[in-house]
Design a protein around this ligand. Structure first.
Ligand SMILES: [Ca+2]
Length: 222
């Protein structure tokens, strides 16, 4: 009882009151089994968590790699589009700087050197302070054709029939009085609603508005 190596400890179901420290802890066989079982359970849970964390890490890494790849592709696509837009703008600016507005009877005409669908061409002409060319008579028609630089190409003009067969100029929505249809054109139906100069001719065709033709803008001042 006087020794510091003696320790009081009550073990369930036992009568021993004093034990040396090296014998601690004092457990019943039943308690030991419980502890062993619990340890095994914990080990199983630990293994399961380890595997789950591993799988999750793998999945997250795969998702991140996927996203990274998609972003790289997206960046490349956006880069290409930006480059195309920049090139188009440079060409447009060069054209405008070169003063490619040609004068005829107090009006000025711009001949695009890049193609666009009819509606885009119409918008671009407005951006340039004009409108998709309106041709009032045969003289103007012949001049507009003769002044075009690329005779082998088609050029949009400002005529369309949103109401089938009702040909109107985009600038003022007036009905066309003068028309210079190429033989067989002018009534090509619902999928041919925009008008262009035929290549190598001062004649017009009605065709699909989505085609990327060159175009001619007109403005009332120079
Ligand atoms: Ca039509």
């Amino acid at each position: 009882m006087h020794s510091i190596f003696v320790f009081f400890l009550v073990c369930a179901g036992k009568y021993a009151f004093t034990l040396q420290i090296q014998n601690l802890p004092c457990l019943t066989d039943e308690s030991k089994k419980d502890l062993d079982d619990a340890r095994k359970e914990l080990k199983t849970v630990d293994n399961y968590l380890g595997k789950t964390v591993g799988t999750l890490e793998n999945d997250v890494q795969k998702t991140l790699n996927n996203m990274k790849q998609k972003l790289v592709t997206m960046k490349s696509t956006v880069g290409k589009i930006m480059k195309k837009v920049e090139t188009d703008l440079v060409v447009l600016k060069k054209d405008l700087k070169k003063g490619q507005w040609k004068k005829y009877q107090g009006h000025c005409y711009y001949y695009a050197s890049l193609g666009a669908a009819w509606y885009k061409a119409e918008r671009l002409c407005r951006d340039f302070g004009g409108y998709l060319v309106k041709i009032d008579n045969s003289s103007e028609n012949e001049w507009v054709y003769s002044a075009s630089k690329y005779k082998n190409y088609y050029y949009w003009i400002g005529l369309s029939d949103l109401i089938e067969g009702e040909w109107r100029w985009s600038i003022d929505q007036s009905l066309a009085t003068f028309k210079a249809w190429q033989s067989g054109y002018g009534s090509k139906g619902h999928s041919s609603n925009c008008v262009a100069f035929k290549n190598n001719k001062s004649k017009w065709i009605d065709t699909n508005c989505k085609i990327g033709y060159l175009y001619i803008c007109e403005r009332n001042f120079c």
